[in-house]
Ligand binder design. Structure first.
Ligand code: CA
Length: 357
């Protein structure tokens, strides 16, 4: 049964974007999906829309999901509450937006100098991470599911060059989550803003710098028109997991086959988004450099070294909040310790061998 659902999910995944029409069955469940992204924003919003379409296709039209962009039904940062309260049955966002609900939730999106996309998926699906995430969200009447990954992000857009740690001091920069806390300790002033407000805030000078995602998404927002220095690497988000939030009661009302379809559709989208970013980021980066005269910069090594030291402190403190946070922290760090040994002699060693000039 599970295997069949998985195979159907894979088949529907292959057909994404190929114009597959849902069978004309009567909808038995009409769901709303609220998102933290503008509707159909490249990669993020489109993945949410694909998730909705895929659930419709795989269920033969028995579940119909209507997607609402940020602000259409609720503001971006009220998605968590909207799904928890049942205003919507489904949400699409990122766990670090909910640190006001639970500090440790941030670990399920991305950790500065932490796991890559591949390692995150290993931890979540086969290393106990998703079980802990479910245990946390259960308190809020929610079920989380990984539903997208951006891969390594970019370090962000800066109006002035960052030549030393001094240049970070006093800088008002939009960085959500744990990366923001690291920058605060480095002397910057981190703020969080939803994606739809980034361009105007940077353009108007309300902030001095920002990070969003990477070339594909940043080009779509026109961020190169607001600042010219584009920094790498995205030390603060090395493989950000996006999430689907499912209302527990709505999920419990589904028969087992539809429950499997919803969860496996999330799994397809989790893989599909990473594939899309891997394909689109290099093309968008070329456009930014060739057509928009963007100045690409690497963070200086001493800046990276200091941020890494601060990140170790910030992540270590996360585990001190309570007993549950300790379990999540230890699970994440234990998995990372093992994974990095393998990653360094597989991906890292191979990429150095492949790309050394
Ligand atoms: Ca980001």
């Amino acid at each position: 049964m599970h295997r069949r659902a998985l195979l159907q999910g894979a088949a529907a995944g292959l057909a994404l974007g190929a114009g597959v029409k849902p069978a004309a069955a009567q909808a038995e469940h009409r769901w709303k999906m609220v998102t933290t992204w503008p509707k159909n924003f490249p990669g993020l919003g489109t993945s949410a829309s694909r998730l909705a379409a895929l659930i419709g296709e795989m269920s033969g039209g028995r579940i119909q999901v209507r997607v609402y962009g940020a602000q259409e039904l609720v503001p971006a940062f009220e998605v968590f509450d909207a799904v928890a309260s049942g205003t919507a049955e489904l949400g699409h966002g990122a766990a670090y937006y909910w640190k006001g609900k639970s500090e440790i939730a941030q670990i399920f999106s991305s950790v500065p100098f932490g796991m890559t996309a591949q390692e995150m998926n290993g931890w979540l699906y086969h290393g106990g991470g998703l079980d802990l995430w479910q245990e946390l969200y259960e308190r809020f009447g929610l079920i989380p599911a990984p539903a997208g990954n951006t891969g390594v992000q970019m370090g962000g857009w800066f109006k002035r060059e960052i030549r030393s740690l001094d240049d970070l001091r006093g800088l008002k920069i939009r960085v959500p989550g744990l990366g923001g806390e690291v920058l605060r300790r480095a002397g910057a002033t981190p703020v969080n803003l939803p994606g739809g407000e980034l361009y105007s805030a940077l353009h108007a000078g309300a902030i001095d710098a920002l990070e969003w995602v990477g070339p594909y998404n940043d080009l779509a927002f026109g961020l190169h028109n607001a600042a010219k220095y584009y920094y790498y690497p995205g030390w603060h988000e090395p493989g950000t997991t996006l999430e689907a939030l499912i209302n527990q009661k709505a999920f419990a009302a589904l028969p087992a086959d539809l429950q499997s379809i919803v969860l496996n559709a999330c799994k397809v989208i989790n893989q599909d988004m990473l594939a899309e970013y891997t394909a689109r980021n290099p093309v968008a980066l070329r456009t930014l450099l060739a057509e928009h005269s963007v100045e690409l910069r690497a963070f200086p090594p001493d800046v990276i070294a200091r941020l890494r030291d601060l990140a170790v402190e910030v992540v270590a403190e996360l585990g001190d909040k309570d007993a549950f946070a300790r379990r999540v922290h230890d699970s994440y760090q234990g998995f990372l310790r093992q994974a990095r040994d393998w990653t360094s002699l597989s991906e890292l060693a191979f990429l150095q061998a492949r790309d050394r000039a």
